[in-house]
Design a protein. Sequence first.
Length: 442
Amino acid sequence: MNAHGLLIAAPRSGSGKTTITLGLQRALTRRGLTVRGLKCGPDYIDPAFHAAATGAPSANLNSYAMPDGLLGRIAGEAAEAADIVIAEGSMGLFDAVPGPEGHTGASADIAALTGWPVILVIDVSGAAQSVAAVALGCKAYDPRIRVAGIILNKVASARHERLVRQGMERIGLPVLGALPREASLILPERHLGLVQAGETADLHARLDALAEAVSAAVDLDAVIAAAGATALPAAMGGDAPPLPAPGRRIAIARDAAFSFVYPHVETGWRAAGAELLAFSPLKDEAPPEHCDACWLPGGYPELHAGRIAAASRFLKGLRAFAETRPVHGECGGYMVLGRSLTDADGAVHVMAGLLSVETSFARRKMNLGYRRAVLEADGPLGRAGATLTGHEFHYASIVAQGEDPPFATVRDPHGSPPAPAGSRRGLVTGSFFHAIATAGPA
């Protein structure tokens, strides 16, 4: 099996890509097709919704942070396991950062890499025939890709739809569907994006409602016909390690406070022979004693700071673990490894104290963007001097860095000077940096 695929994209964020992607995935699954979802860019939350909608694993494709071999492997494995791949873009179709062609982080890079045609989702509120000018610009902007059709979102009336379709007829792009403005189809959100799939009330009922709405408004046969063959370059078939496994048995925190782990990272660790054992700090569980490394992912510890501070078995077990084995915390995990975490109401909660950093969610400042990190010392993510690609996305601020030396030196793609980041002490390391892969394209 080598599935055809499509990339669902948009001219800008907030156009309804996720809603329509999930509706399509669920609707095609209900037709009896084996559907696989993929997500472009650095996003922990959407792949879990894809998995719920399709009943199959999803993963990320990131043209900035991933080397060619890893990109090809993830896309190829999804295509081999499905009848159709419905991938979801991020931000606007061409939104990118400085980088070599094909490795800018743009969703268009993934369409060009895989050969999958693009279906554009366009929010048509506040416009009519002018929508066609936007679509025409997307169609002509990048000769590497092909826009196969348009799905209109937030259509106000039948007359509004007719006017928009007139413009599309003029430029020769087919309209595959038109969804009316409908607030009940919006999924709940919080400060880092959608509320996580596992926390969304009546998730499958919501997904079924999306599927029914999309089925009623979109020509599913035309969507299937628009899909293109997966055409990965032959040179991308080789093996490419994502991140080194921090241990042979990895204790990994997993609950509503600690959930931001990329599927390709866990898959890569298992492929390297590592065993992953989940534990829940919110249930006051300590890292399993027979593990030889502990990983605290990012997530939402700021929403559960009181419970974490009161989880004495977890904190005591984590401190004991760190005396003899490596512990690493990413973003939210880093905050929990520090001395204190101040919540949104200004209450200060004592954390593990394994690092000297103090963080606050009351003093919010969004930090967002790709990063390249050079490790300052040997640790669970590699040897000193190793380079990793990844990103930051958090609102919490550091109110006191403390005396610990930095975990890494980081820089962004826009040419900012290198800056120290994170902390390390003994066998414990942590940073707001989310690692995606070992260094990819320069």
